[in-house]
Design a protein around this ligand. Sequence first.
Ligand SMILES: [Zn+2]
Length: 303
Amino acid sequence: MSKRLFLITVDCDLRVDATGLRQETLEQLLAVFDGSGVSGHVTWFLNENDFQLTRYHKSFLDEAIRRGDTLGLHDHLDKMKRPLNKETVKQYCQASKRRVEDFLKKRKVGRKILFHRNGCFLQEATVYAALRELGYTVCSDIYPGMAGLDHHGNIAYDNRLIPEGIRPYRHDEENYSSYFTRIRVAPIREGQGGWKPFVGHFLQVPVGYLSLKINFERVKRWLAISETVEFSCPNQTPGDFPSLFTWCFHPYEIVEEAGKRISREKVNLISQQLEVLHNQYQFTFVSLEQAVKRCEAFLPNQT
Ligand SMILES: [Zn+2]
């Protein structure tokens, strides 16, 4: 199997006015992914709190489920008062998770919701603590080399010191940016103990690129670093731990500037890019669920 895995992740913030056009963006994406042969290998992060996909976009969800795409939740906490309060965050994120779980239950889909991405890649110990209590185990918020604000001007993340090309890693609430996560283990007998690498509740799958039009220079650089340096687990991780590149964009990015209709050009760009990624870069497309399975062979949860 290819050692280069590519994750298409769509953050379902449906930021266009008309519900009909919102639905159309989702349908267009389903169609273009099907045409590119990646059905079942896509990840949808649902912003259920702001856009109620379980109410207004049922047919989209049904189709994504039928294909076996991965469903995760995408909660934007931009409007929430600072400093964030764990219970408030938990309540907010619980509401969206419950609605999606109820939707799956009604359709007798026995899937657990384990995947989460914070709005604007927000990274805060309080938020991870809430997500942990809600049963989330896989996050995808770290954006190496970048820093950003949320839509309300709050600092969302600062990952400027995290190198490009890193592979998924484990972390807990506080140490989300420690891609070299290690804990000190007290020796029970003489000669034992020491540093134990890569433990943590969450599996973090870093984001490679954000935006519809992929920066291929970054993809090239990412692969070059990833395939040269073994960041993940020196001495413990076998050399065949795949390189992962996670692409993130939004359904509204295929809408024309005026926000009234879908741009054919932008839809075509998606299939062209996927073709280049497959043919020139030898990527295999995987859903987050599939990627996690590959990673767990190398990063078993030791907690
Ligand atoms: Zn978002």
